[in-house]
Design a protein around this ligand. Structure first.
Ligand SMILES: [Zn+2]
Length: 119
């Protein structure tokens, strides 16, 4: 029997000859870490999209359907590249909150259909 060490915690593995993790916990940790590394860019983009949606909702709760230039969103810490944008060439759906382009560099916040102002 050869001496196998766990791919995650590097402890000696006891069990089947082809076993490469000491436990289910280490196996999951290894695969979760690989998943995060493999999808790093997509996961970061998703994080940014969700943070933006939160900021858009907060703006909407304060000001309603105001029209803003992209510069105003950037000043409020929002990256317009990571929002829903209803452009003349189509709709990109990232989240339920939408920035609708209504003129040259002029955007209006459109809340989700299910949005309830009292929640
Ligand atoms: Zn382990």
């Amino acid at each position: 029997m050869k001496n196998i060490t766990c791919k995650t915690c590097h402890q000696v593995v006891y069990g089947r000859n082809n076993q490469i993790y000491c436990s289910q916990k280490c196996k999951n940790a290894f695969h979760n870490d690989n998943y995060r590394k493999r999808h790093r860019k997509a996961l970061n983009a998703l994080k940014q999209i969700m943070a933006n949606a939160k900021k858009i909702e907060s703006l909407y709760r304060r000001h309603g359907s105001i029209v803003l230039k992209s510069k105003s969103f950037v000043e409020k810490g929002l990256d317009p590249a990571f929002t829903n944008s209803n452009r003349r060439d189509g709709v990109f759906e990232f989240d339920d909150w939408l920035l609708k382009e209504i003129g040259e560099d002029a955007y209006m916040i459109i809340p989700p259909i299910t949005f309830n102002e009292n929640e």
